[in-house]
Write a protein that binds this ligand. Structure first.
Ligand code: FAD
Length: 449
């Protein structure tokens, strides 16, 4: 790869906010791949050469032109909360920090348009002023940017109602800047958004997002405990399928996972299994009977009017579960899986029993083609990479889809191939192959010497 003439590069970035302090650059070259003992050694020491913090799209265009001119790799970064080294630069170059693009451009009934660096929580707050809310968010919603969620995330709190981000209708439009000699601005609308959705920032810099909203509900938070894990799992699924009950999240944790949730321990007796729920307040009235049918016990209930006060159950779900567990035992890592739609939950039961305490079951229910499916972010007591791969392989043999979080190669994360539409769009948006290079098997670094 061509050596970067850093001084000349920095000179041409004059007028833009840049960071050249090595410790700051090192910090802004990181994400949360630290959850994976496999990725940590592989990504050690991977840092950018300079961080640029554009304030608006005009400045993004300028950086894109400079990167193209100098043939310098550019790694786009939101809040850096991704889990697979998605925004760790493998070949140095420019880190393009998008967090200053913070304007909420408009909110209409059912739809909002925002700049890419807007935090999900900020958009949600603004939308709620007019009776709307974001449809789904990762459990990192307080810090994560909407651009990073679309380029790197997949779904989360809200997905039990609305499905995943990639489902048709969950992203309305994306405005993207290309990295070429004369960068262009391209608006992708409707199904065309899939050309860039979840593409890890390899084929264009998202500057604006138009995102559908849902009607805002008053969300109550509830904890239900169970003596039997499968009773908790079946309860979760039954609630998921109760179409008249509106919910935002249904998370089920096998013992001993709830013991990692320090702030919740008084509500979850040791040895019990727990469901953490976010439920529209009017639906609460129907909950006790459903809980009773499954042998559970409601131990905690926070009304919607207290949202934002005290603990927030959403921040114990999705990959926040792993965060809490790792803060107690840093040797713990995790898997990301999707079980086939099968109402008997036989496979969940089999894997729960098969691995016992080595793979602790954490289910997140979400909607897939109208079915309510258990996804899982199982906690794994890590021993070796070989054992981890054995565990993954066993799940796959049984028919569980694993989105492997222990790789920084897009194709190895479970899809095996990159969507051909995304590759085709890359030819247009990144003809020199400068964007987040090294994250794909099929894309060779095309930086010209
Ligand atoms: P970053 O990490 O900064 O970037 C992610 C990817 O997007 C990178 O490849 C980057 O290059 C690219 N990118 C960023 N901005 C742009 C842009 N403007 N244009 C083009 N490319 C861009 N994810 C979920 O989906 N659901 C969850 O529930 C969830 N829970 C999490 C819990 C924890 C504790 C942690 C650590 C992570 C979790 N994640 C989850 C992963 C991550 O937090 C989310 O995907 C988040 O939305 C990423 O946003 P970000 O701004 O931090 O993106």
């Amino acid at each position: 790869m061509k050596t970067i003439n850093l001084d000349a590069l920095i000179n041409s970035l004059e007028g833009l906010e840049i960071i050249t302090d090595p410790s700051q650059i090192a910090k802004l070259s990181q994400d949360y791949h630290s959850f994976s003992p496999v990725l940590v050694p592989k990504l050690e020491g991977k840092v950018g050469d300079v961080v640029v913090r554009p304030a608006n799209e005009e400045e993004v265009l300028k950086v894109a032109a400079i990167c193209a001119k100098f043939r310098v790799p550019v790694t786009v970064r939101g809040a850096g909360t991704g889990n697979y080294g998605q925004c760790v630069p493998l070949h140095g170059g420019v880190i393009l920090d998008m967090t200053r693009l913070q304007n909420i451009l408009w909110v209409k009934p059912g739809l909002a348009r925002v700049e890419a660096g807007v935090k999900l929580a900020a958009l949600d707050k603004k939308a709620r002023d007019s009776g709307w809310e974001i449809r789904m968010a990762p459990s990192t919603y307080r810090t994560a940017t909407i651009g990073g969620f679309i380029a790197g995330g997949s779904g989360g709190i809200g997905s039990v109602q609305y499905g995943l981000l990639g489902d048709r209708g969950n992203i309305q439009a994306l405005r993207v800047v290309t990295v070429e000699d004369e960068p262009r601005v391209i608006e992708l609308r409707g199904d065309d958004v899939q050309k860039v959705n979840h593409a890890w920032g390899i084929n264009g810099i998202i500057t604006e997002v138009e995102i559908p909203l849902g009607p805002a509900y008053p969300w109550a938070e509830v904890i239900v405990t169970f003596d039997e894990f499968m009773a908790a799992a079946k309860f979760g699924q039954a609630l998921g399928y109760a179409d008249g009950m509106i919910k935002k999240s249904i998370s089920v944790f096998a013992s001993p996972i709830p013991q990692y949730f320090h702030a919740l321990q008084q509500y979850i007796p040791k040895g019990t299994h727990a469901a953490l729920l976010m439920l529209a307040e009017p639906s609460l009235e129907f909950l006790p009977e459903l809980v009773q049918q499954h042998g559970g016990k409601i131990t905690y209930q926070k009304p919607a009017e207290e949202a934002g006060k005290g603990v927030n159950l959403g921040e114990f779900t999705w990959n926040h579960t792993t965060l809490h567990a790792r803060s107690v035992d840093s040797s713990i890592t995790y898997l990301q899986s999707m079980f086939p739609a099968n109402q008997s939950l036989q496979l969940v039961e089999h894997l729960y029993e098969h691995f016992g305490d080595e793979v602790m079951m954490h289910l997140e229910f979400f909607r897939v083609n109208s079915a309510v499916v258990p996804g899982a972010l199982q906690l794994v007591r890590y021993t070796t990479e070989e054992r981890l791969n054995e565990i993954i392989h066993y799940h796959e043999q049984q028919g569980v889809f694993i989105a492997n979080p222990h790789t920084y190669i897009i194709e190895d994360g479970g899809r095996n191939v990159i969507d051909p539409k995304q590759l085709k769009f890359k030819e247009i948006a990144d003809p020199y192959g400068l964007m987040n290079p090294g994250k794909s098997k099929v894309l060779q670094l095309k930086i010209q010497n």
